[in-house]
Design a protein around this ligand. Structure first.
Ligand SMILES: *Cc1c(COP(=O)(O)O)cnc(C)c1O
Length: 359
């Protein structure tokens, strides 16, 4: 975006906010005795001591992330899950009851929930029938109070990448902050937008350690952006938003990238196998292509298929109430054993599954 003016997008109360200054930020050095934070110097009932407050800026974890992602630590923010990153974006940029954001359904549900919590109105510009961004409609729906645009790529629940040229058009023409949610980027054939951060001041790339890194329980969501935007996130976040065990386990996990890459490879292989198998059932009308670790399918009757699978204790996600997703189920790619259980249950539904197409 030419003539991008970050200052004009920030809420006034956030611009003038005096952030909380924690004890460790005021005295960052090594002291002889720490009697500044009302911590419990006697320790805890646990073997490992968790009695001291953790690093508010998670610098060690950011150093490791920086090496893997090729992005300087000062351009990285870590949230208590991506959910916190999304919520902070609303609280930094959107005046409740006044500003609005654009989302592109069918997409991730938290963008809307966070908008509702923050009393920010949303403009929904649906994807096209082909699950592409409707660039023209998005730009037409912008008004002087439009602050954020959420683009999910690969998109949940459709599984496809958004077109790169479309995203670049939006980065060049949307007057607010463009947040690209890359939660599933490690499974994708498309490359990340991280390298575009130096080119676009209005870009925030979100990633997470919850999916390909397999750390959903630790709640480690990532945002990459200009230093100025990262400073705003740091200013508004709760001082100790990432607990010590998440920081430590996150660092440990980042040293195991080989295992992660193996698992990504297996997931992608299993995705291809499962797509082919699902395509053979006559009650599954369409198997959508996927660049993520899940597959969207259009069933003849999603509700009854969902109920049947539930009765077999197999849980998938019913997305049939989402726009453009009539009769659609979203199925996560599991281990070979899990996928076999799923396919076995589907085979039992039709004793001799009709081959729909020759693939
Ligand atoms: C799973 C997912 C996330 C990850 O959320 P966390 O809070 O980091 O676990 C983010 N965005 C999308 C679109 C997702 O599907």
């Amino acid at each position: 975006m030419k003539n991008f003016n970050l200052d004009s997008l920030i809420r006034k109360n956030i611009k003038i906010l005096q952030p909380y200054s924690s004890a460790r930020v005021e005295y960052p050095g090594d002291a002889l005795v720490f009697l500044d934070a009302n911590e419990n110097s006697y320790g805890s009932p646990l073997d490992v001591n968790y009695n001291r407050y953790p690093d508010p800026l998670q610098l060690k974890l950011k150093d490791e992330l920086s090496k893997i992602k090729g992005i300087p630590p000062q351009n990285i923010f870590i949230g208590n899950g991506s959910d916190e990153v999304i919520d902070l974006a609303y609280r930094i940029f959107c005046e409740p009851g006044k500003d609005n954001v654009i989302i592109c359904p069918p997409t991730y549900g938290m963008y809307k929930v966070c908008a509702n919590i923050n009393d920010v109105s949303i403009k929904e510009v649906n994807l096209t029938q082909e699950f592409r961004l409707d660039v023209e409609a998005i730009l037409q729906s912008v008004d002087s109070n439009t602050k954020l645009l959420f683009i999910c790529s690969p998109n949940n629940p459709t599984g496809n990448n958004m077109n790169r040229i479309d995203i670049e058009l939006l980065l060049n023409n949307f007057p607010g902050i463009v947040i690209i949610d890359e939660a599933y980027i490690n499974y994708s054939r498309q490359k990340t937008f991280l390298q575009e951060l130096t080119e676009y001041e209005n870009l925030v790339v979100m990633q997470t350690l919850s999916k390909a890194w397999g750390l959903a329980a630790l709640r480690l969501g990532l945002a990459f952006a200009s230093e100025k935007i990262i400073e705003l996130f740091n200013k508004v976040k709760p001082p100790y938003n990432i607990n010590l065990s998440s920081q430590q386990l996150g660092i440990k996990a980042l040293s195991g990238i080989e295992k992660v890459n193996e698992n990504i490879k297996s997931t992608v292989e299993q995705r291809n196998i499962l797509q082919q198998q699902l395509g053979q059932f006559d009650f599954i009308r369409k198997v959508y292509p996927s660049d993520a670790n899940f597959i969207l399918v259009k069933a003849a009757d999603a509700d009854s298929l969902y109920k049947y699978l539930s009765a077999q204790k197999i849980v998938v996600r019913n997305r049939s109430k989402e726009p453009l997703c009539e009769n659609c189920l979203r199925i996560t790619v599991g281990t070979p054993q899990e996928n076999e259980i799923l396919v076995g249950a589907l085979r039992n539904l039709t004793p001799t599954p009709l081959r729909k197409r020759a693939n």
